[in-house]
Every structure is written in structure tokens, then in C-alpha cells.
Design a protein around this ligand. Structure first.
Ligand code: SF4
Length: 333
């Protein structure tokens, strides 16, 4: 039976931008444009797309670090869309963000023990309780208790990310948004952190939204994956279904870019022409049409494809690969 911890419905987040230059006009960036998703308790959903597709904005809006323009966010059964800063305070510990660059989120003048204990102080723990919890957290993420007395610059990138994870987990959250947590790390360190996150997810029963620009990174960690393009969801499916039978041309292009050692699993590389269009002036119809290798209908240029069900818990938005007139039934617009 479905038991979602997070339900997002038709979320929209726009930014007004000023021109900033001679003759240049400002405008409205639709960073997130009508996104709906759910994450079950204990599930990890991967959110994948190129830089600028709106995935980080979506993550921040879900945590209410950005105010959405429209739509609904329900967390643990409660509608949190319009809660004030004060009303959000009790929920902050439950919903934590782990950053791409933990260095930027750690105070360089505070020991990592002090940083990890910060949220515990807010929760009212006394100094002994805080010290005990800091030691537990350092051990949980594979560091030593003496690391608590050190400063962020004394750690390697991988160790700093472990500190970032320890700090987020110290306040006992049930939901984590991980915003490209390994993309700044060397490949060998990436796998250590991904393995750590996978172990912690199982051990603590965490629910996670894992944001990445590369499908290869989310392959072994996520139960389901949503692919995002220019503010909208292009395809969502279970991890296995997506890797075995993705239908959206954009997902297929991302899939073909994953380095694979086994030659029998290698896919023909799909090279996408051009850059991601500006979200200030997105293309008409399907936003992917200027780069799509299979765009061939008038609808591709004139009509936004709806997200339709193409299998069990598998949805895609494509006039050609997921036509709505097929007997799949339209599920969302
Ligand atoms: Fe390509 Fe058309 Fe499908 Fe968009 S709707 S992904 S342009 S085929």
C-alpha cells in the first residue's frame, strides 16, 4: 500500500530577472514548471538532469528554502506549502539538506564537532549529550572522535562530505535532500560516499531525494528515478525499468552517456546537439524539441506533451514515444 512521506503536486517556481545590461530585457525564469512527484517512506528517488534544469530549485522548494509560486507540498501528511518560517521551525530537523560542497556550508572558524552540534544546541541538548551525539555521528560516517576538534580545512573533500552527512543526521531527520553530494569528489571517493549513503539509508530507514546530473551516479542508490528537462519531468520509473527500457529520447541520451565496461551492455551513443535552451525563453511545445533526435510531429513544436503512464509505475512525456492516444491513459498534464 502506498505510504508517501512526500507528495508534491503541480509545483511552480519562477524568478524575475533584471536585464542587467544595455538593451537587455529582464524576464521570468520558470525554473520549476508544474512538477508532481511522490516519495514513499524509506524510498530513495533520484532526480537527474543537466545543469540549469531546475532540479536544485525543486529540492530547495520542497524543503521550503524557496517559496513556490503555485502547487502543493505535503510532508508526512501535512500541507507545508504556505507555512511561515516560524511554523516550519519544528519541521526543519526532520528535513535536512546535504550540499554538493560541504566546505561552503561549514563555518571555517568552528570545529567540525561544533558544526555537528549546532542543531543539537537548538534542540536543547546539554553539552554532555551533544558531545556524545557528535561522537556517535562521527563513528556512523566512518570518522574518529578526535576529528571533532579539527577545523574544516584540515579534512579532505571526501572527509568533509562525511562531516556534512554527520551534521545532517545528528538531528535525526526522516527526509534528506542530497544536492549533487558527490559531484565535486574524485571518482574513487564518490563510490565510498555513495556506499556510505546506501548503508545509512538502510540502517536508519531514511527517505531521500538524490539530485544528480548523471544517471550513472544514481544507478546503485535509488529505487526510482525522475529525469528532468528545463523545469519539467520527462520520465519517471523504477530504477530497473529505466535502465532496461526507458522511452524518452532525453533519458536515452543520458543513458547512452554512462561509461560501461561490459561491451554487451554498451549502448549506441546519442549525441545531443546544442546547449540546454535558456529557461528565460523556453522552446514552444515540447521543450526538448530543438535537440530531440526523433522529433517529427507538429505536436512536438506546438504542444507540450503530457506525462502519461507507459507501464507499471512508469511515466513519460513524449508525443512520439508515449502518445497519449495509446491505451495507457493520461495520468498528469
Ligand atoms: Fe522529442 Fe517530440 Fe518526444 Fe519531445 S515530444 S521528446 S520533441 S519526440
Amino acid at each position: 500500500m502506498s505510504d508517501p512521506l512526500l507528495e508534491v503536486t503541480d509545483l511552480v517556481k519562477t524568478y524575475a530577472v533584471s536585464g542587467g545590461g544595455f538593451r537587455s530585457k529582464g524576464g521570468l525564469v520558470r525554473a520549476v514548471d508544474g512538477v508532481s512527484l511522490t516519495i514513499e517512506r524509506g524510498e530513495t528517488l533520484g532526480l537527474v538532469g543537466e545543469s540549469g534544469c531546475g532540479k536544485s530549485t525543486l529540492g530547495r522548494a520542497i524543503l521550503r528554502l524557496e517559496d513556490p509560486d503555485r502547487g502543493t507540498i505535503r510532508f508526512d501528511g501535512q500541507d507545508i506549502t504556505n507555512l511561515s518560517t516560524k511554523e516550519m521551525r519544528p519541521l526543519r530537523a526532520k528535513m535536512q539538506l546535504i550540499f554538493q560542497d560541504p566546505f561552503s556550508s561549514l563555518d571555517p572558524r568552528t570545529t567540525v564537532g561544533g558544526s555537528i552540534a549546532e542543531g543539537l544546541r537548538v534542540q536543547g541538548l546539554d553539552p554532555d549529550q551533544r558531545a556524545k551525539r557528535v561522537n556517535e555521528m562521527l563513528e556512523l560516517v566512518g570518522l574518529e572522535s578526535y576529528h571533532a576538534r579539527r577545523f574544516p580545512h584540515e579534512f579532505s573533500g571526501g572527509q568533509r562530505q562525511r562531516v556534512g552527512i554527520a551534521r545532517a543526521l545528528a538531528v535525526n531527520p526522516s527526509f534528506l535532500v542530497l544536492d549533487e553530494p558527490v559531484s565535486a569528489l574524485d571518482v574513487s571517493i564518490q563510490s565510498q560516499i555513495l556506499n556510505l549513503l546506501k548503508d545509512l539509508q538502510v540502517e536508519l530507514g531514511l527517505t531521500m531525494l538524490f539530485i544528480a546530473h548523471n544517471l550513472g551516479v544514481v544507478e546503485h542508490l535509488c529505487d526510482r528515478i525522475s529525469v528532468m528537462y528545463l523545469g519539467r519531468i520527462a520520465e519517471t520509473s523504477s530504477r530497473n525499468d529505466l535502465f532496461d527500457s526507458c522511452v524518452h529520447p532525453y533519458t536515452q541520451a543520458l543513458m547512452s552517456a554512462i561509461p560501461v565496461l561490459d561491451p554487451t551492455r554498451r549502448k549506441d551513443r546519442v549525441i545531443l546537439e546544442g546547449d540546454v535552451p535558456s529557461p528565460l525563453n523556453p522552446p514552444s511545445g515540447c521543450r526538448f524539441h530543438p535537440r530531440c533526435p526523433v522529433a517529427n510531429t507538429t505536436s512536438c513544436v506546438s504542444e507540450q506533451p503530457p506525462l502519461v503512464s507507459v507501464g507499471s509505475a512508469h511515466e513519460a512525456a513524449c508525443h512520439v514515444r508515449a502518445p497519449k492516444e495509446a491505451d495507457w491513459g493520461r495520468v498528469r498534464t
